[in-house]
Design a protein around this ligand. Sequence first.
Ligand code: 5CA
Length: 450
Amino acid sequence: MRLSRYFLPVLKETPSEAQIVSHRLMLRAGMIKQSSAGIYSWLPLGFKVLRKIENIVHEEQVRAGHIPMQMPTLQSADLWRESGRYDAYGEEMLRITDRHDRDMLYTPTAEELITDIFRSNVSSYKDLPLTMYQIQWKFRDEIRPRFGVMRGREFYMKDGYNFDLSKEDALHAYNRHLVSYLRTYERMGLQAIPMRADGGPIGGDYTHEFLVLAETGESEVFYDSAVTDLTFGDREIDYDSVEQCQGVLEEFTTKYARTDETHDEALFNEVPEERRRTARGIEVGQIFYFGTKYSDALGAQVQTAEGEKVSVHMGSHGIGVSRLLGAIIEASHDDNGIIWPEGVTPFHAGIVNLKQGDAEADAACEALEKALEAAGLEPLYDDRKERAGGKFATMDLIGLPWRITVGPRGLKNGVVELTSRRTGESEELAPEAAVAKLIEIYADHRVTGI
Ligand code: 5CA
């Protein structure tokens, strides 16, 4: 992509309405524009990162054996009356009346609709286990939308739903989600810690939230500092293995880690004092096991091998896809701007031409652009007639992890400069060597989606 042809409306001034750094940087980097309170347009750069995050979520869900699908944003109120949540959900639910005076709503979550799909199509234990998920826009009429995409009214969420014959099977589905979430967040360069939480309007008393520690987080959390030493890494896991998934759950959830909703002072005090931490965190996901709450209410039953009719055991599992942009920026930035982890960066590398219009420099930049594209990477080539300082500032602000700087002086010696956004370190390399190095760096960070 040529920057001269792209739409990247960066702001020089720091927007006064933004209270936290991720919101400020998303506005300054031209990623989003507010259209009304808690509702945003995703400008090209923001949209690109949103898609990267979405694709990682897809890849990890499919890897875990979960099936992608899509449900509508507007739903009839009838199903929600059946479950009893039409009244229970309260003012956070946006209610709409259509031209025939029918009550509709903008989906804040989709347990009812998926359970209706299930009950209309599945009646035998032979079709279980089943987990389907979607990545879809949600609306919650938050009383205080704030911090940009962190607490929006319209937001993008992955919501998955498991249907199982027994509690035991449903808990395996729960564990499978926990494992897939650990992998998902780590691919985004994040440490998200599973913590015991509260079921809220979704229900169920067995639930974990995934929290990214950050001073600007909205949740108060209490944990044993030993949980921050745990990483999932690149270990192989068999998602069908009850034992392996259970093992990971135990490894990651045995040490004390809870949100304020479930915090237990007496238990916390059993953690050695030097490891007790109170901090703030951003909730980037939550998994729930709620048994037969919705299957009982909506009559989602299957026939067992013995011919008995039983309600299916269910859980639901969410990832805050749009919130993740804010969380990643909170965790990865400096005074000059965003620092994208390789897994989610909108472009793999920036190419900065120090002397636009110089035949040799222009040709070298174009050759780099072509070589990177041929290798399946996406460069962003700053081909504007601008001062070098301005070009560097833009690249730093938008946070591409790697920058190739091309100028007549280096080219005389056959080199370009490859700079890491994170460390600021530069190295002079032949253009082909810079391309080879980027190919190697990104070999472990390919995102294709589904
Ligand atoms: N039905 C369940 C799981 S599918 C559910 O709705 N869970 S949830 O309420 O915890 O939402 C899932 C995730 O969406 C949260 O962990 C959070 O990361 C994100 N989320 C929730 N509300 C907002 C909001 N107002 N703005 C941005 N993200 C949000």
